[in-house]
Design a protein around this ligand. Structure first.
Ligand SMILES: Cc1ncc(COP(=O)(O)O)c(C=O)c1O
Length: 382
């Protein structure tokens, strides 16, 4: 497979271990293992973990975890679920199982790069369904309809959306599902940001999987659960597709880590407490950034996210986003990913899930950088 470089991952790994204020991270400030275990008042879990014999785990993920996940979707059982190494593996398996070279695919853009680069790597013809500054980074369904052809094999969605924070409405998702049925194509719904509703925003639609068998959903413990270190994700799909993905996975990662599977189950059972923590963090960070944008509107503006944890900040200094992001990291110890990693110039990606004190300090430092740049002669864009 000839695969394009994953731009954002390469940029993140250059700086993420060195900066003090990572405010571009795509998840919620992670839970510690102690916080996770102490989510329930039941002391038995720690003993259970200590006594676990570390043999291989059930290859598809334990029945308990799959059944508990299936119960959060309509018309699904444990046999519809495959536990994977993050949503990234679920997406990878699905692309490689459902697509063949030459297939036509429509993928949302900008996006988590895997969503269009892997289909391209397989040799598919990929048309991009663009969210642009001109349409206020919203999903334009008429544009999608124009891109879908009789031979289209898959539409790749991501809602809530990385990096813009756009979210499909229930009505829009249903209309896309009707397109999938009419054209007999697969709808791959990357729902890594499921369960991350934002205060004051419209309720998010149910998962794509609930609409019927042409829609496949992928999900993860990385974003809404603050547990990216578990590396546990999943797909939920028709049983035959799960079987085929499982057969491919036999050659890659074989099975999830046993402890991680158990901890994921614990997180899922106690999710309301985690979601409450998420709401506290995000509410505080949204207040901080609203104020910061007001104070710094000379330099920055944004389209407020409708869901998830990410948004694009537009800045109006005459400097390419890659240079600005490098300078922020190297001289101000702040990480804000460059819009260039998503093919959009004069934007930075901000993540609203970080520790509120880190978030506030990082924004202040970013504003200092903007002021310093202006003072050093970098012009404002008109
Ligand atoms: C839209 C989207 N999908 C999938 C992933 C992969 O997540 P993970 O493999 O950690 O579950 C990410 C990670 O940032 C993402 O933003």
């Amino acid at each position: 497979m000839q695969i394009e470089t994953f731009q954002l991952e390469r940029w993140m790994t250059t700086y993420e271990l060195d900066v003090d204020y990572d405010i571009t991270e795509s998840g919620i400030y992670p839970l510690s293992l102690r916080e996770l275990i102490e989510l329930s008042d039941d002391d038995a879990l720690l003993d259970e973990l200590l006594d676990t014999r570390l043999g291989y785990s059930e290859a598809r993920g334990t029945h308990e975890l799959r059944a508990e996940l299936a119960s959060t979707y309509a018309n699904s059982t444990a046999d519809n679920v495959l536990i994977t190494t993050g949503a990234i593996e679920a997406n990878f398996l699905l692309f490689n199982t459902l697509l063949t070279p030459g297939d036509h695919v429509v993928a949302v853009h900008p996006a988590y790069q895997q969503l269009y680069s892997v289909p391209r790597g397989i040799g598919c013809q990929v048309d991009l369904w663009r969210l642009t500054p001109d349409n206020g980074f919203t999903f334009d369904l008429n544009a999608l309809e124009d891109l879908v052809r009789p031979e289209t094999r898959m539409i790749v969605l991501n809602t809530p959306h990385n990096p813009t924070g756009a979210a499909l409405t229930d009505k829009q998702l249903r209309r896309i599902y009707e397109m999938a049925e009419a054209h007999d194509l697969w709808l791959l719904c990357d729902e890594a940001y499921r369960w991350l509703e934002l205060p004051g925003a419209e309720a998010l639609p149910g998962p794509g999987r609930n609409l019927g068998e042409r829609a496949i959903s992928t999900g993860t413990f990385s974003k809404p659960f603050g547990l990216p270190g578990l590396r546990i994700g999943w797909m939920i799909a028709p049983e035959e597709i799960v079987q085929r993905c499982w057969e491919l996975r036999d050659y890659i990662s074989l099975s999830p880590g046993k402890l991680n599977d158990r901890l994921a189950l614990h997180a899922l059972r106690n999710r309301e407490r985690i979601f409450e923590r998420n709401r506290r963090i995000v509410t505080q960070n949204l207040e901080t950034i609203d104020l910061w944008i007001d104070e710094n509107d000379r330099f920055v503006s944004w389209t407020r996210p409708h869901g998830g944890l990410l948004a694009l900040l537009a800045y109006n200094l005459e400097i390419p986003s890659q240079s600005l992001a490098n300078r922020l990291a190297e001289e101000y110890s702040v990480m804000l990913a460059p819009g260039a990693a998503f093919d959009y110039e004069h934007y930075l990606r901000v993540g609203i899930g970080q520790r509120p004190d880190t978030f506030e300090a990082g924004l202040e430092r970013a504003a200092a950088c903007f002021r310093d740049l202006e003072a050093s002669g970098v012009p404002l864009r008109s």
